[in-house]
Design a protein around this ligand. Sequence first.
Ligand SMILES: Cc1cc2nc3c(=O)[nH]c(=O)nc-3n(C[C@H](O)[C@H](O)[C@H](O)COP(=O)(O)O)c2cc1C
Length: 361
Amino acid sequence: MDELIEQRKADHLRLSAGGDVDALGGAGWDDIRLVHEALPEVDRCDIALATEFLGTPLQAPLFIAGMTGGHRTAHDVNAVLARAAQRHGLAMGVGSQRAALRKGELAYTYTVVREQAPTAFIVANIGAPQLIAQGPANPPLSPDEVAHAVQMVNANALAVHLNFLQESVQPEGERKARGCAEAIARVVREVQVPVIAKETGAGLSRETAVRLKALGVKALDVGGVGGTSFAAIEGLRAEAQGEARYERLGVLLRDWGVPTPVSVIGAIESGLPLVATGGIRTGVDAAKALALGSTLVGVARPLLQAALEGDAAVDVWIEQFLEELRTVLFLTGSGDIAELRNKPRVVTGTTREWLQQLQYC
Ligand SMILES: Cc1cc2nc3c(=O)[nH]c(=O)nc-3n(C[C@H](O)[C@H](O)[C@H](O)COP(=O)(O)O)c2cc1C
């Protein structure tokens, strides 16, 4: 079981780094247009990207999304990303910590994040499916184990990830879900840090966002469709294992879920701070997500690819991204992120259809 988790983590990293695994339809950022301000009453050099998340100041609204841990390469990736979080004053998540909870000698692949980013906002990570029993050999994580995940990285918050699309396509997936909501509410009561409910690429509906708020979580990472598709990744793993049934599910469900912009607009109803993750690829996408009401934008796969090249590549990626974001603030006449949120926007195409048919507008 432990070896299986380690191997799976390594597969995810390899397939994400090199594979063709993004959702085919994109997130729909092209459907969102911000209105050009021909007469911006702000100097480009004065534009501030600093913001705040769960009471902590950050230098920019970019969240290095939780991805990895549990094996040697993951350690190296986490180290590079953590150094970047520290240098740029960003928040960062680690990947699911189950591997280290079950096998203590893997903890170093996660603890490196706090070592390399002593003052950054770090988010621990566990999976909602692991909060309930998945079978006799697979008991739920105990309250002590959950507390240990937080303490392992001296986390500022704990993300509980929701990944039932991935579990559905994974040949060895854990497909029991009944009781997860109550288990999340229990974790909220028991841990000492705020809990973030985090989808992983299939998005959130407005109703689910409101339910999660009622469970006591303090923020939502909408993790919408449009970027990395875990159906695609698990489909490739299934293909390699000769598991034709799951391979087919991976193909069919590659674009399953609620697109990221639609998830953000729906989740606003919860009143919680939102992280818009899923297919954010440029600073222009980020500006649109922030204008729609998210507090932060999360990026996973592009930063993984940069991290595999090293510290300098991550710096280049982040600086380019923030440059793009700053430029959109300038061209909308926004001096900071708060002003960007009040700017008008136009929603067209498929995204508009989603919003109208779900009666989000
Ligand atoms: C290699 C890889 C591993 C991931 N592992 C986790 C994980 O363990 N826990 C989690 O909450 N999300 C995980 N994610 C999901 C990301 O946090 C993010 O929600 C998703 O990849 C969409 O963002 P993107 O389109 O920018 O890649 C992982 C993503 C990647 C690429």
